[in-house]
Design a binder for this molecule. Structure first.
Ligand code: ADP
Length: 525
């Protein structure tokens, strides 16, 4: 069989784990960075809008006054920049306002001029605003008519534009009113726009994007290295487990993988593996023991047959001598076939080929009949055999196997009970189970041998039965144990040497499947 290359397998696993680790790492980083960038963008935009709103509020607060003029009527409108040039804060705000502005009348034309702090006239459009392109008069007119003020539905006072060099600007526009009332008692509206370069915001965002794009490969690399290192560490013990496992074979099943005492999943795996090997070792041991026992058991009758045949062939002279040799050989052959039959049955049982044929039966009746049958050998052995069994005790059982089980227990009890002793069988039904007790006042079994009595071919040393045709095979209790297990019950044994032995079997009064019951009813009807 080709051995799998554990080195290659682990490399494959390590690579896959590392790749997934790095991928997840990079993906998380990407999601995080993208969310962060989006947040940064919004914050920067809000910051710029706040700046312009503040400048706007300052203008409204008095930095800008528009006077359409009174003398003569229809004379050009004028605006005035007003601020305290000794106040540093005011000067700074004012400088920002003056970097980008447009003051137009309600028809969309820039007004004549703005009078600055030195009383000299300046154009009503800053050079930077011109570079952005002055709004079309029709647009301004519409905006003045509709009103562009924060809070108006569907109207934002903010727009963005690019200058001739592609630099982005944020424009905040709105309506200003003439200082004076006109003849109808109204104030004339004017259109005013101020702006701010977004270059700084754009650069910040761009730099962030560059860093973020640059960092992704680094993150991937770092993630991969970390993943490679960590999976390597995690897989190392797995490899050592695999190597030890490879060394274990049928001939050295005593090898165990040492646990690392880390209390982790791997230790659990090692523990499970060791337990499995332990089980295998026990089975191997059992098989070995079994073949030794079988050959030993077979050798005795075969030697007997051979001996008898030799007698017949070389020493027997009279017909009686021939007959005796043949009779003895036949007895040995009987024992041989008895062993073979029992072995065959046991191996069928243990390999699962022998399945139970359960039906609903009166166990009370079965036990009584068997006790009746055993009265003859009991009498022959001068043993008193009694039964304490209810008339009706129905249960789902396999008749053949349950009879075999009770027969084995009864014949053992009679066999190992000396003259004038007694054997008692009791059947005690309970709600969902029943108990069969077979007790005797026989020789008993010393405690140290008790754990082995259910093993195949096991006979308690010095248990009395002389070697020969009457000697048990040591297989009876193995059968009993199998039958109890197949019925999902349990068997217990108590014994006191010289006083007696008690076997207690508890079986569930398992329900017979409905279809079987139906078949039984049909056949009965
Ligand atoms: P065997 O065919 O020898 O009876 P079993 O498997 O039925 O084989 O029993 C195994 C051994 O357990 C017996 O050889 C005997 O030593 C002991 N044993 C079984 N039943 C009794 C009993 N009722 N009293 C004393 N010893 C018993």
């Amino acid at each position: 069989m080709r051995r799998p290359d554990f080195g290659r397998l682990s490399r494959g696993l390590r690579f896959r784990l590392t790749a997934s680790y790095a991928l997840i790492f990079a993906l998380l980083f990407f999601i995080f960075a993208a969310l962060f960038r989006e947040r940064l963008k919004t914050t920067l935009a809000e910051q710029s809008q706040d700046d312009l709103n503040q400048e706007w509020a300052a203008m409204k607060g008095g930095y800008l006054e528009i006077d359409r003029g009174v003398q003569p009527p229809g004379s050009p409108e004028k605006a005035f920049w007003k601020y305290d040039d000794t106040d540093q804060d005011e000067s700074r705000t004012f400088a920002e306002i003056k970097s980008l502005y447009l003051i137009a009348d309600a028809r969309g034309h820039a007004i004549n001029e703005v009078i600055n702090e030195n009383d000299s006239g300046e154009p009503a459009v800053s050079a930077a605003y011109k570079d952005l392109g002055i709004d079309r008069p029709a647009d301004i007119e519409r905006r003045v008519r509709d009103g562009v003020a924060p809070g108006k539905p569907n109207a934002t006072p903010f727009t963005t534009r690019r200058n001739s060099e592609g630099e982005r600007f944020l424009i905040r526009s709105g309506i200003f009113y003439d200082m004076r009332l006109d003849s109808t008692g109204h104030r004339l509206p004017f259109y005013v726009a101020i702006g701010k370069s977004l270059e700084h915001d754009d650069r910040t965002l761009h730099e962030f994007t560059l860093v973020f794009v640059g960092v992704i490969p680094v993150a991937l690399l770092l993630g991969s290295l970390m993943g490679w290192f960590m999976t390597g560490r995690a897989l190392k013990p797995v490899l050592s487990v695999a190597r030890t496992a490879q060394r274990i074979s049928g001939s050295n099943l005593s090898l165990r993988i040492p646990t690392r005492h880390a209390g982790d999943e791997l230790d659990y795996l090692i523990l499970t593996f060791n337990r499995m090997i332990e089980g295998l070792e026990a089975s191997f041991q059992q098989i070995k023991q079994f073949s030794t026992d079988v050959s030993h058991e077979l050798r005795t009758p075969i030697t007997g047959i051979r001996g008898q045949l030799e007698v017949a062939l070389f020493t027997a002279k009279t017909t009686d001598q021939y007959r005796e040799a043949m009779f003895n050989a036949l007895q040995d052959i009987d024992r041989l076939s008895q062993i073979v039959r029992a072995l065959l049955l046991l191996s069928q049982a243990e390999s699962g080929q022998l399945t139970l044929q359960k039906s609903r039966l009166n166990l009370g009746e079965i036990v009584k009949d068997l006790v009746e049958e055993f009265q003859i050998p009991a009498e022959a052995a001068a043993v008193r055999l009694t039964a304490d069994v209810p008339d009706d005790c129905f249960a789902g059982i396999d008749r053949v196997q349950i009879e075999r089980m009770i027969t084995n227990l009864l014949s053992n009890a009679i066999k190992f009970t000396p003259e004038n002793g007694s054997v008692r069988v009791r059947l005690r039904p309970a709600e969902d189970r029943f108990e069969i007790v077979v007790e005797d006042t026989g020789c008993g079994i010393p405690t140290e041998y008790l754990p082995h009595i259910f093993d195949r071919f096991y006979r308690v040393p010095g248990s009395g039965t002389a070697p020969g045709p009457e000697q048990g095979l040591g297989l009876g209790l193995s059968f009993v144990a199998w039958i109890v297990k197949a019925h999902e019950g349990k068997i217990e044994v108590e014994s006191a040497p010289g006083k007696g032995t008690r076997f207690t079997i508890t079986l569930p009064a398992a329900d017979v499947p409905a279809d079987v019951l139906e078949l039984e009813r049909q056949s009965a009807g």
